[in-house]
Design a protein around this ligand. Structure first.
Ligand code: SD4
Length: 335
């Protein structure tokens, strides 16, 4: 995952989040996007399609490779997410993720398939491929969600190797944060690059996955939206799918990904649905949205896509028709 240069650092009472920027190579999704009408005519012929939050072309390339080799969408999103989990330079996912305020790297992930099956892990430590553990929870247990030590022991029982996920770079960043933050329970987020990925195959079948180390320097024990089915991710193979990134607390409060999918069920395009879900957050009375970021990406059954965020510099990576490109997202806060 490419490092983003962050423009702002903002603290809320107890929780801070910054808004990121990155170099982008193309733009789409002007507020009333023309994409939906164009895409509905053109994308059916160009399935399969993979989209992901942020700038993760290696991950979308992997997912597309899986699909083109005849793999299903579940394999595709898992394999795609694993690329970023193994990337030690990405400080918000898997190995190299920034730790909580006590120096512990804790991972959240989930996965959901075309049949509505899902699995999730929260507060997982020492196992870098959280998305694969989530898949094992889905496939090998009668449960949806495993947490903490139980999730870790389950992973080990399935052959995952425990390892130290705190890299030198992330340890250094954490130590610097401790000095500057005087160890107050304030989270200065310098990176919020959760990878959420959605894939649709040539038959129109959809799966999704989401994996993160969560907010950097969070309180020990904190879990965000990313492993919560309906908040960080939702797939409904009849309609479409959505995945979220940004300040998880705000996504959870609006059950964001489920909301996006239900808005599509009511007839909205993926773009319109993402925009409406963001409006639900920013239009709350006394919303502090200027100080945090939330972004959604979505896909519908036809292979139309959408993305929208509160602030500038959110992007999605889209692999379709042989083109794997980062696309700048439209956003709400243009003031
Ligand atoms: C969380 N939604 O834990 C995640 C953070 C995130 O990129 O999106 N990071 O709240």
């Amino acid at each position: 995952m490419k490092r983003r240069q962050f423009l702002k650092n903002a603290s809320l009472t107890g929780v801070g989040l910054s808004v990121g920027t990155t170099l982008l190579n193309c733009a789409e999704n002007t507020s009333k996007s023309k994409e939906a009408s164009v895409a509905s005519a053109s994308t059916k012929a160009t399935l399969p399609l993979v989209i992901a939050t942020w700038h993760v072309e290696n991950a979308t390339a992997k997912a597309m490779e899986v699909l083109q080799a005849g793999g299903n969408t579940l394999d595709a999103v898992e394999q795609g997410c694993r690329i970023e989990e193994a990337n030690e330079n990405g400080q918000s996912v898997g190995k190299g993720g920034l730790p909580d305020r006590d120096g512990n790297v804790t991972l959240d992930a989930c996965i959901m398939d075309q049949h509505g099956n899902c699995g999730s892990v929260v507060y997982l430590q020492n196992i870098k491929h959280a998305v694969s553990v989530a898949r094992k929870v889905m496939e090998d247990t009668p449960h949806v969600m495993l947490a903490g030590e139980g999730a870790k022991q389950f992973a080990i029982s399935k052959g995952f190797q425990p390892e130290d996920l705190l890299t030198e770079a992330s340890k250094t960043a954490w130590k610097k944060w401790k000095v500057e933050a005087q160890y107050k329970p304030i989270i200065n987020i310098e990176n919020h690059d959760t990878i959420g990925m959605l894939a649709i195959d040539k038959n129109g079948d959809i799966s999704g996955a989401c994996t993160t180390s969560g907010l950097a320097y969070k309180l020990g024990g904190r879990v965000g939206d990313s492993p919560i089915i309906g908040s960080g991710l939702f797939v409904d193979n009849e309609i479409g799918a959505a995945v979220a990134t940004g300040l998880g607390e705000e996504v959870v409060k609006t059950v964001g990904s489920f909301l996006v999918v239900e808005l599509m069920r009511q007839g909205k395009s993926p773009q319109e649905a993402c925009e409406e879900a963001i409006r639900r957050i920013v239009n709350k009375p006394n919303s502090d949205y200027k100080n945090f970021q939330v972004g959604y990406i979505a896909i519908n059954k036809k292979g139309e896509t959408g993305s929208y965020a509160i602030h500038q510099w959110f992007s999605m990576t889209k692999f379709q028709g042989g083109v794997n490109a980062q696309i700048q997202s439209d956003y709400f806060n243009k003031a």
